[in-house]
Design a protein around this ligand. Structure first.
Ligand code: NAD
Ligand code: UD1
Length: 337
């Protein structure tokens, strides 16, 4: 089976390409290298022994994208390509809507034109907004988003749902990721944030390796186990496995399903910090500061639907996530070069 992976050289995309190849799929990657580089391709080859076809194409370039569809007959598309920085999306919302919504529309039109059966979309727990209590259940529907990035995910979910309603041949699975962290156990693939990281674990990783002095803990007065924010962290390789299972499910069904992908367990900021201290073998300095605007106290997934429909269960725990994150950070101080 041949799968198009947009954004396949990025953090989650590259790990998913590895899992797809391991499971016998042929992959074709489209990426404009906005937040990745071609060395990732060599790393994928090192791990799998296979170098997937790579096309440096922007999904906003409808003709360029169509050339790829003309040359192949795809059984499925996994759509990762997009911008993902929450703060940046507030500063340049139109750029986010153009890339994440207009770019996706190009892709969906080609999926329709070339009769591709399966579509897997990268959504986020951010679509629950601050409207619901954890565990977050898919049947809650869509909440009120707090930033343009989140709204682009919400809009894609609505577009795909409508698209699947009128195109009975298509089978779509919208995966709502909770907090992906960690790296490939080989230390060859991982997350390389641009500049100072916004997310917790990439920031802790830089404190652990001495690049940053201390972690700012955004508030310790939430109604949680120790007052700090609680999130559902999932190892990126487990998340990648969920895509392979989602693809199998999509191939065997029609319609559209929305499925959470998380571990179902919440960890506080300080619990993550202490797990990371164990992984790196030394203390990690932190200061408690004000709450970050837009943050909620607790977010973790109800994982029953993923287990029931996909047979998905996480295999890696918080210790594995911190170990693999640290290993990648140590082995790649300057990112993937
Ligand atoms: P990433 O930035 O590492 O990967 C995205 C890839 O898409 C990059 O390689 C980038 O170069 C490429 N890209 C961006 N715009 C493109 C365009 N117009 N045309 C072609 N390629 C383009 O991000 P990631 O963490 O791997 O996330 C993948 C997807 O999952 C994104 O859609 C993101 O919004 C979503 N998601 C991520 C998280 C997370 O915490 N990382 C959580 C929920 C959802
Ligand atoms: C954030 C985004 C979310 C996006 C997700 C992608 C916000 C408000 N939310 O989720 O939309 O889908 O990233 O990965 O940006 N924390 C600190 N210090 C830090 C960084 C984070 O204390 O330097 C805390 C946060 O307050 C939160 C937890 O760590 O309680 C996790 O934060 P983060 O990794 O940014 O993820 P989310 O906020 O869940």
């Amino acid at each position: 089976m041949k799968i198009l992976v947009t954004g396949g050289l990025g953090y989650i995309g590259s790990h998913t390409v590895v899992e797809l190849i391991k499971n016998g799929y042929e992959t074709v990657i489209v990426d404009n290298l906005y937040n990745s580089n071609e060395h990732v391709l060599e790393r994928i080859e090192k791990i799998t022994g296979v170098k997937p076809e790579f096309n440096k194409v922007d999904i906003l370039d409808r003709n360029g994208l169509e050339e790829v569809f003309k040359r192949h007959s795809f059984d499925g598309v996994i759509h990762f390509a997009g911008y993902k920085a929450v703060g940046e999306s507030v500063a340049i919302p139109l750029t986010y809507y153009e890339n994440n919504v207009a770019g996706s529309l190009n892709l969906y039109e080609l999926i329709k034109k070339y009769n591709v059966k399966s579509l897997i979309f990268s959504s986020s727990a951010t679509v629950y907004g601050d409207s619901f209590a954890s565990p977050m259940k898919e049947e809650y529907g869509l909440g009120v988003t707090t930033n343009p990035y989140g709204t682009t995910k919400l809009m894609n979910e609505m577009i795909i749902t409508d698209f699947a309603k009128t195109n009975r041949n298509i089978s779509a699975v919208i995966l709502r990721y909770f907090n992906p962290i960690g790296a490939h156990e080989s230390g060859l693939l991982g997350e390389v944030p641009n500049g100072i990281p916004n997310n917790l674990v990439p920031y802790i990783a830089r404190v652990a390796n001495g690049t940053l002095d201390y972690l700012n803990v955004y508030g310790d007065d939430y109604d949680t186990v120790d007052g700090t924010g609680v999130r559902d962290y999932i190892h990126v390789v487990d998340l990648a496995r969920a895509h392979v299972l989602a693809l199998k499910y999509a191939n065997e069904h029609n319609g559209c399903e929305v499925i959470n992908v998380g571990s179902g367990t919440g960890y506080s900021v300080l619990e993550v910090l202490h797990a990371y201290e164990k992984a790196c073998g030394h203390k990690i300095a932190y200061h408690v500061t004000d709450r970050r605007p837009g943050d909620i106290a607790t977010s973790f997934a109800d994982t029953k639907k993923a287990e029931k429909l996909l047979g998905f269960k996480v295999e890696r725990d918080i210790a594995d996530m911190c170990r693999d994150s640290y290993n990648f950070t140590v082995k790649n101080p300057d990112g993937i070069k």
